[in-house]
Design a protein around this ligand. Structure first.
Ligand SMILES: N[C@@H](CCC(=O)N[C@@H](CS)C(=O)NCC(=O)O)C(=O)O
Length: 221
């Protein structure tokens, strides 16, 4: 493999993969994209990520990096253009905290709400609202999570802007109520209007079909 060769193994609808793709594009890194079928995992994925067997996987200079938030950190250390993480150690730690919080508390609960019914769905929706309240507090008074420009935490939370609305529609549920969450709602519009984000989103219609099917399959499983 050439010394600066970058490859990304991902899935077209992966929110974890999109954050990595946005970072690569913001930093102007050339890369080869390899689509993975997570329902019929390739020998390449199993070889590169034998521990979790998940995408995204970044391959740089023959080295394998897994876990999307760690990939963002790696890219930020290797490519200095368009810095993503804050310079200040306290702010950096805080950004990492909220990125993990978003994945653990909101993304997980949102996915549960989409693939469940009855009490389980109600409980998951409550957890989503609780998590969003905390995220709203963190964002209040800021243009982006990263301050004046998009940064690491914006990319980590980016799925809220384009995927959560699809989940809400498919699951007939309201999570991001603009009246309750004015800061996140305003952020969402600004985030989606950034050229790199706008031009690198999966088609909404295709996501609707995919999540309608997944949610039905998982509810009846
Ligand atoms: N924490 C991981 C999550 C990755 C993840 O869940 N990827 C999904 C696709 S969106 C996957 O590969 N799923 C396959 C499986 O669960 O077997 C990250 O941030 O990279």
């Amino acid at each position: 493999m050439a010394s600066q060769e970058v490859k990304l193994l991902s899935l077209w609808v992966s929110p974890f993969g999109h954050r990595v793709e946005w970072a690569l594009k913001l930093k102007g890194v050339e890369y080869e994209y390899i689509e993975e079928d997570i329902f019929n995992k390739s020998p390449l994925l199993l070889e590169l990520n034998p521990v979790y067997k998940k995408v995204p996987v970044l391959i740089h200079d023959g080295k394998v990096i897994i876990e999307s938030l760690l990939i963002l950190e790696y890219l930020d250390e290797k490519w200095k253009e368009f810095p993503l993480l804050p310079q200040d150690p306290y702010e950096r730690a805080t950004a990492r905290f909220w990125a993990n919080f978003g994945d653990a508390k909101l993304l997980g609960a949102g996915w549960t709400a989409l693939r469940s019914q009855g009490d389980e769905k109600e409980r998951a929706l409550e957890l989503c609202i609780e998590a969003l309240e905390k995220i709203e507090g963190e964002l209040k008074g800021k243009k982006f999570f990263g301050g004046e420009t998009i940064g690491y935490l914006d990319l980590a939370m980016g799925w809220i802007s384009y995927m959560l609305p699809v989940w809400e529609e498919v699951g007939c549920m309201t999570i991001l109520d603009p009246k309750k969450f004015p800061s996140i709602t305003a952020w969402k519009e600004k985030f989606l209007s950034h050229p790199v984000i706008k031009e690198n989103l999966p088609p909404r219609d295709k996501m609707m079909v995919y999540f309608e099917k997944r949610s039905k399959e998982l509810i009846s499983a």
